[in-house]
Design a protein. Structure first.
Length: 281
């Protein structure tokens, strides 16, 4: 009889403990992939094919500056690295992924501009880079207008290609692919004369072992590209939390470490950390 009483008391206590834990879960985890609270994973959008920025390694791990930034931000939101579910978000798919709620936020070389701000909200910026050209090491392309009559490659959804066609080299023969890896392969084979996008992205490719010595950056500053973290339109609470996390990343030195780890091997000369919250409104 005494054994049954102890067992019943223990069971009751267990039920109370589980109930208390469940009630407290929403308070502890308010930043879930769906934004509804109570989850133990967070879905984050990155690029899978940009060395130095966002790259899925052969072993299934992920590397790059955006990956380091997103990991730091997720940590400040209450998520450990093993609680992050990385989701590939190509340039043309980013706005749709946020609108559908496929991801909580996107850190994927996502340049802030007025058109995109109509569709998504941005935290940041967390990196200032410039549009540049990647050419073969022996190329004589030295300025933007040299692209007239040349074959140029960029990707769908990127602002870089349109910038060249509109104001730099309207007579360039533009080839648009779904990813930068295809552009780099075309440059290597001679199918195109140059690849254009942000210098940070191009530097990552140039630094890969399989491409070392084959390419060079033209060293141009064809535009200013401020990378922001994309958040679903109207989710100002998450924007504020991410901005706080980014400010901490800059102040505690983690931002500088991430820059050196990811861009240092390519000899890329980065700009200082931009002011968080600037230009995003």
């Amino acid at each position: 009889m005494k054994l049954r009483k102890v067992t019943a008391a223990t069971a009751a206590a267990l039920v109370l403990a589980l109930t208390a834990t469940a009630c407290g879960g929403d308070d502890d985890k308010s930043d879930t992939s769906s934004g509804s609270g109570g989850g133990d994973k967070i879905k984050v959008g990155i690029k899978f094919d940009q060395p130095g920025i966002g790259l899925k390694e052969p072993d299934g791990s992920f590397s790059g500056f955006d990956v380091d930034v997103a990991t730091y931000v997720a940590k400040q939101l209450g998520y450990e690295p093993d609680q992050i579910e990385w989701t590939e978000t190509k340039s043309a798919d980013r706005e749709t992924a946020l609108a559908r709620g496929d991801v909580k936020f996107i850190a994927a070389s996502y340049s802030i501009n007025d058109e995109r701000k109509q569709k998504v909200d941005f935290a940041g910026p967390y990196l200032l880079t410039h549009q540049d050209l990647l050419v073969k090491a022996d190329s004589d392309i030295a300025k933007g207008t040299d692209l007239n009559g040349k074959n140029l490659c960029s990707v769908t959804g990127s602002t870089s290609a349109q910038n060249v066609k509109d104001s730099i080299a309207p007579k360039a023969n533009l080839r648009v692919n779904s990813g930068y890896s295809e552009c780099i392969a075309a440059l290597q084979s001679g199918a195109v004369d140059a690849v254009t996008t942000d210098a940070s992205i191009l530097a990552g490719f140039a630094a890969q072992d399989k491409y070392k010595g084959q390419f060079k950056l033209a060293g141009l500053e064809l535009s200013n590209e401020n990378y922001g973290i994309g958040v679903k339109k109207g989710d100002t609470a998450t924007v504020d939390k991410i901005n706080t996390a980014l400010e901490k990343m800059v102040s505690d030195g983690a931002w500088d470490t991430a820059v050196k780890d990811n861009f240092g091997p390519a000899g890329y000369k980065n700009e200082p950390a931009p002011k968080i919250g600037d230009i995003v409104k």
